[in-house]
Design a protein around this ligand. Structure first.
Ligand SMILES: [Fe+2]
Length: 249
């Protein structure tokens, strides 16, 4: 059963198993210790997750340094990741439910899932942290943390730009580590390689060629300047403040 379980089936199985354990635990209370903690109440979506929905970022149209043509092209690519993440979810479920989960097809699609999902989610971080005026308040906790950890805001920016200039296609992401409270400029290869486990993205910058070549040709540096001019630091600060708050819990 476990070998063929996937999403809904697995969840349903866990609920049933959990219910059996809870019953046994209850029955044993009178003959054994009464100090056992109550079984946690398990709430799971037995039908599997809802479909991913593409977000609307059309409010970015007209942004300085990004033509509408470039942005519309990029929105279409993003929507493709959402569509493919949904298609993979469905296909994997079908393979699992028909007992074909130990096949090369299942393994291949499973490997693809992270690429499509991360492609979707990273674009949401990216578009989500654009549309601002590029100004990070020196009074903000995020500014102070960047200055503290990198020596100054300018030194942090220099490192982030250098990260974004790494040859190849991928992403530059500023991550917050909830364990050490550290902010780290990180290079992601394509969409799925190089993530820092458990870290929270504060800003993301797409440096796939489609993100800048239609506008800037080979001049990635100029694109990165335009990106910085349009960062919505209010969004980034909110992400940071929430991540710090959650880390403290
Ligand atoms: Fe992109």
């Amino acid at each position: 059963m476990m070998g063929r379980c996937f999403l809904g089936l697995l969840c349903a199985g866990l609920v049933m198993h959990g219910a059996a354990l809870a019953t046994n635990s209850k029955n044993n209370l009178t003959s054994k210790s009464v100090s056992q903690p109550a079984a946690p109440k398990v709430t799971v979506a037995v039908q599997g997750p809802a479909e991913f929905k593409a977000k609307d970022f059309s409010h970015l149209l007209g942004m300085k340094g990004f033509s509408d043509k470039l942005l519309n092209l990029h929105f279409t690519l993003y929507q493709g990741y959402v569509k493919n993440a949904n298609a993979l979810t469905q296909k994997l479920r079908e393979l699992s439910e028909s007992g074909k989960d130990r096949t090369p097809e299942y393994a291949g699609l499973k490997r693809m899932y992270g690429w499509e999902f991360d492609g979707m989610r990273l674009h949401e971080y990216y578009f989500g942290n654009l549309g601002g005026d590029g100004q990070l308040s020196p009074d903000s906790a995020l500014y102070k943390a960047l200055a503290d950890q990198y020596g100054s805001y300018d030194k942090w920016k220099e490192d982030f730009v250098a990260t974004g200039m790494i040859r190849g296609i991928g992403w530059a992401v500023l991550y917050f580590d909830p364990i050490y409270g550290r902010l780290t400029n990180t290079w992601l290869n394509e969409h799925d390689l190089g993530h820092l486990a458990g870290n929270t993205p504060i800003i993301a910058m797409d440096v796939f060629e489609h993100a800048y070549m239609p506008e800037y040709g080979l001049d990635r540096g100029k694109y990165i300047e335009a990106y910085f001019d349009n960062i919505d630091w209010h969004v980034a600060t909110e992400r940071y403040n929430k991540a710090v708050e959650n880390a403290a819990k």
